[in-house]
Ligand binder design. Structure first.
Ligand code: GLU
Length: 465
C-alpha cells in the first residue's frame, strides 16, 4: 500500500507571506487534500537575526485568511535544536560526517589557489577521513565544524515532478558544513532532518531551492531515509514580466485583504498561477482540490495578471452571500470609524451594490453613503438641487410620508410627482439621489429609497427642503 501523502510548507519568517509563498502553500495543501494526506506547517526560524515573531504571525494570518489549515504544526526549527544535534552525533559516530578544523585563513588561501587555477572554489576534503589517509593533528583550542561526507563518485539525480529529470555530478558538490563551530546546525541540514522526521513524501517548494536538493538527497541517503518526491515551482513574474517584488505593490497576501479582495478570488487566482485544468478559469476550492495534480504545473515562470484577479474578484463578489458581505463591509466601516449599525440593514444595501463594484472597499464606499451622514460638495448641490427640483422633492416627500413602503408604491409616488410637475424621470430621480446619497448615480432609485427606509429618506430630504 502506498504511504500516506505528507506535504509541508516551510516558510522562513523573515517577512510577510507573499504571493509566491502563498502559492507554494496552496499547492502543498491541495496536494495533501487531494490524496487524503496530511499538510504540515514548519517555521524555519533558524536565521535568528532575520526571523521575527511578527513575521510568524503574518504567515499564520495569511494562511488562515486563505483557508490553508495545517494538519500538523506549526513546528519551529528553533525548538528542534536538540534533535538536529543528536543526528549530527549519530552521523559522526557512523562516519557519514566528520570534524573539520580548517581555519578561515586556510579556506581563504585554498580559495585563492583554486581561483588562480580557474577552478570552482570548493573545500578540498583535507579533514575527511579516508582509509589509509593520515589526518592532520587537530590544532589546540579550535572548535571544529562538522562536514558531511558527500559521495565522491557518481551523480545525484531525481525526477522533479515539475522540471523533469535533474542530475548533478557528486564531483560538483563538496563536503558542506552541517554544524558550525558553535554546534548550531546549518540550514540544509535542518531541512533534511525535518523532512525525514516529519515523514514528508512530497516536497513542493520554490525553485530557488533546486540547488539545495542534491545535497539534501545525499544527506537523506546517508541517514538511510527515504527520499521524497520533489516538485519545484517556478517563480512568479509581475504584470510587467519582471520578477515579482515590492515594486509591484501588493506583495503581502494580507495586502489583498486590505485592498478588498475576497480570499476565494485570491485562492482561485493563485491556483491558476502556474497550474491549469484545461481552459477552466473559475472553480471552487473543492473543485481545485479534486483536480489538482503535479503533472499540470508549468515549468516556465507564471506571470501575474492583476486584471484577471480583478475579474475573478468581481465574479466572487456577485456570488457571495449577502450576510457574509455585510459582515465584511461592517468590519471595513468600523475601521473607518463609521458605525455600521447606524443605517439600514447592511445585507439589503450590499445586495444593491455587489454586482456593481470591483472589491470590498468599493462596496464599503457605497454602503457608507447609506450609513453615515453624506455631505455633497456645494457645486453638486447647486447643479442638481435647483428650485424646480426642490419643489418636486417637496411634493414627493409628502407622498413618501404616506405610501406603503415597498418598491412598487415608491415607484408610483415618483411617477405621480413627475406627472404633477411635468418632469421626466431623471429630473426627479437625479436630485433625489443627490439629496439622499450625495451622488447623482446609484442603483435603481426606488430600490435605494426602499432600502434606506422611510425615516432616513424623510430626514435626508428635510435637510434641503
Ligand atoms: N524556508 C525556505 C523558504 O522560505 C523553504 C525551504 C523548503 O521548502 O525546503 O524559502
Amino acid at each position: 500500500m502506498a504511504s500516506t501523502v505528507r506535504t509541508r510548507f516551510a516558510p522562513s519568517p523573515t517577512g510577510f507571506l507573499h504571493i509566491g509563498g502563498a502559492r507554494t502553500a496552496l499547492f502543498a495543501w491541495a496536494y495533501a487534500r487531494r490524496h487524503g494526506g496530511r499538510f504540515i506547517l514548519r517555521i524555519e526560524d533558524t536565521d535568528v537575526a532575520r526571523s521575527t515573531p511578527e513575521a510568524v504571525q503574518a504567515i499564520l494570518d495569511g494562511m488562515q485568511w486563505l483557508g490553508l489549515e495545517a494538519d500538523e504544526g506549526p513546528f519551529y526549527q528553533m525548538q528542534r535544536m536538540d534533535r538536529y544535534k543528536e543526528v549530527i552525533r549519530q552521523m559522526l559516530a557512523a562516519g557519514t560526517a566528520y570534524h573539520c578544523y580548517t581555519s578561515r585563513e586556510e579556506l581563504d588561501a585554498l580559495r585563492a589557489e583554486q581561483e588562480a587555477r580557474k577552478e570552482k572554489p570548493r573545500y578540498d576534503g583535507r579533514w575527511r577521513p579516508e582509509p589509509g589517509k593520515t589526518l592532520p593533528v587537530p590544532p589546540a583550542g579550535v572548535q571544529p565544524v562538522v562536514r558531511f561526507c558527500n559521495p565522491i563518485e557518481g551523480v545525484v539525480a531525481w525526477d522533479d515532478q515539475v522540471k523533469g529529470r535533474i542530475e548533478i555530478a557528486n564531483a560538483e558538490l563538496d563536503d558542506f558544513i552541517i554544524a558550525r563551530a558553535d554546534g548550531t546546525p546549518t540550514y540544509n541540514f535542518c531541512v533534511v532532518v525535518d523532512d525525514w522526521d516529519m515523514g514528508i513524501t512530497h516536497v513542493i517548494r520554490g525553485d530557488d531551492h533546486v540547488n539545495n536538493t542534491p545535497r539534501q538527497i545525499n544527506v537523506l541517503r546517508a541517514l538511510g531515509a527515504e527520499v521524497p518526491q520533489y516538485a519545484h515551482l517556478s517563480m512568479i513574474l509581475g504584470d510587467d514580466g519582471t520578477k515579482l517584488s515590492k515594486r509591484h505593490g501588493a506583495v503581502s497576501v494580507m495586502q489583498y485583504d486590505e485592498d478588498g479582495y475576497l480570499a476565494e478570488a485570491v485562492v482561485n487566482y493563485l491556483a491558476r498561477l502556474g497550474w491549469s485544468h484545461g481552459d477552466d478559469e473559475i472553480f471552487s476550492r473543492e473543485q481545485f482540490v479534486e483536480w489538482f495534480d503535479l503533472d499540470h504545473i508549468t515549468p516556465s515562470a507564471a506571470q501575474f495578471n492583476t486584471e484577471k484577479l480583478n475579474w475573478l474578484n468581481a465574479h466572487y463578489l456577485k456570488q457571495a452571500d449577502n450576510a457574509r458581505l455585510a459582515a465584511e463591509v461592517a468590519n471595513r466601516l468600523a475601521r473607518r470609524g463609521v458605525n455600521p449599525e447606524a443605517g439600514p440593514a447592511l445585507e439589503a444595501v450590499v445586495a444593491l451594490y455587489k454586482e456593481r463594484v470591483g472589491n470590498l472597499n468599493e462596496l464599503a464606499d457605497a454602503v457608507e453613503l447609506f450609513v453615515a451622514e453624506v455631505h455633497p460638495a456645494p457645486e453638486v448641490l447647486a447643479q442638481h438641487l435647483t428650485d424646480a427640483a426642490k419643489a418636486a422633492l417637496a411634493s414627493l416627500r409628502g407622498r413618501l410620508a404616506e405610501v406603503a413602503w415597498d418598491k412598487a408604491a415608491i415607484n408610483q409616488a415618483i411617477k405621480d410627482t413627475m406627472a404633477e410637475h411635468g418632469l421626466k424621470m431623471p429630473q426627479v430621480a437625479i436630485p433625489l439621489r443627490v439629496a439622499l446619497l450625495g451622488v447623482p448615480q446609484t442603483p435603481s432609485i426606488d430600490a435605494v429609497v426602499e432600502v434606506l427606509g422611510r425615516e432616513a429618506v424623510l430626514h435626508r430630504l428635510d435637510r434641503y427642503l
